[in-house]
Design a protein around this ligand. Structure first.
Ligand code: SF4
Ligand code: SF4
Length: 67
C-alpha cells in the first residue's frame, strides 16, 4: 500500500496538491501548523495510488510518498 504524508511544518496551505490529486483524497486539516496554516493531509490513505502528482506539484517539498 502506498503512503503519502505531508510534513505539517513545511506546508503553506496553498492547496496545489489537493487540486493535483487524481483520486481527490487530499484535504486541508482542521488543525493548523506553527505558521498558522491549515496544512494538507490524506483522508483516504488506502486509495492512494502513489502517482506522485502531489509530490511533484508541491512547491515546498512537504510531501513524502512511500510504497
Ligand atoms: S500520490 Fe497520487 S493518489 Fe496519492 S495522494 Fe498523491 S496525488 Fe493523490
Ligand atoms: S502543495 Fe505542498 S504546500 Fe501546498 S497545500 Fe499541498 S503540501 Fe501544502
Amino acid at each position: 500500500m502506498a503512503k503519502m504524508t505531508v510534513n505539517p511544518n513545511y506546508c503553506k496551505g496553498c492547496g496545489l496538491c489537493i487540486a493535483a490529486c487524481p483520486k481527490k483524497i487530499i484535504k486541508f486539516s482542521a488543525k493548523i501548523n506553527a505558521k498558522g496554516y491549515h496544512y494538507a493531509e490524506v483522508e483516504d490513505q488506502a486509495s492512494c495510488i502513489a502517482c506522485k502528482m502531489c509530490y511533484q506539484t508541491c512547491p515546498d517539498v512537504a510531501i513524502t510518498i512511500e510504497k
